[in-house]
Design a protein around this ligand. Sequence first.
Ligand SMILES: C[S@@+](CC[C@H](N)C(=O)[O-])C[C@H]1O[C@@H](n2cnc3c(N)ncnc32)[C@H](O)[C@@H]1O
Length: 253
Amino acid sequence: MPLFKKTSVDSEQYTPSNVQAYEMIYGTDFVSPGGREIAKQFAQRLELRPGERVLDVGSGLGGCACMLAQEFETDVDGLDFSSSMVAEASARCREKGLSEKVRFFQQDCLELEAIEEYDAIMSRDVFLHIGDKERLFRNLFRALKPGGRMLFTDYGCRERPWPWTFARYVKARGYTLHTLYEYSTIIERSGFSEVLSEDITALFIDTLRKEMRGLKDLPWHQRATFRLAWTSKLRAARKGVHRWSLIQAVKPG
Ligand SMILES: C[S@@+](CC[C@H](N)C(=O)[O-])C[C@H]1O[C@@H](n2cnc3c(N)ncnc32)[C@H](O)[C@@H]1O
């Protein structure tokens, strides 16, 4: 059983009250833009078959992992660095009666040691937290079976220099962001082929605008902070500085 440890993402960005707010904004069981509907749309691109084994990296509250099992009849492992996310995802999974199909474990994806275990890997807006992308993609490459597919979305950026407001936001959050070109290069260098990278910032803007309507339902003490954060993201995305990236790649068979 992995050790449950308190981490800085737990204690800073993903505090229980922030996670509750994120969920009110993104939708039940999700901590990423677009909630279940967008997660399902993206997952369709993986062309999953019943019984395939899928790894959801940075599974959060478990919404995506459970959706993959329910909609595509796959067997899913969700891993997350945060022990509280894993505990919450496991409890929700049990309530949905999915414990046979989906399991969650606490792990840093940089420590993943799986070898050729998975037919597919999906991840939603997690890799922004990872500085060492070379190690990340080496691990994910090794974890996939030959012919295995990977799909993820992540916050991205345009080439530097950035406006200072954006640079300050990225630094304050501890994010490591990449342009699509940088991402594709790292992923190809890790051994993946058929790398498809798509700028989905227009969808990000659309999603942010819809989410902003929900901010009024947040508790009063969080409303102003989240409104400021969403307004800043929207402004940076409209200027083309803050991007949203969708990347697909295949491990050669
Ligand atoms: C924006 S949330 C996304 C959660 C989930 N993918 C979703 O779509 O709802 C990012 C998640 O990544 C997790 N995370 C951050 N760094 C990680 C790491 N090094 N290894 C595994 N998970 C990590 C966080 O704990 C958090 O649950």
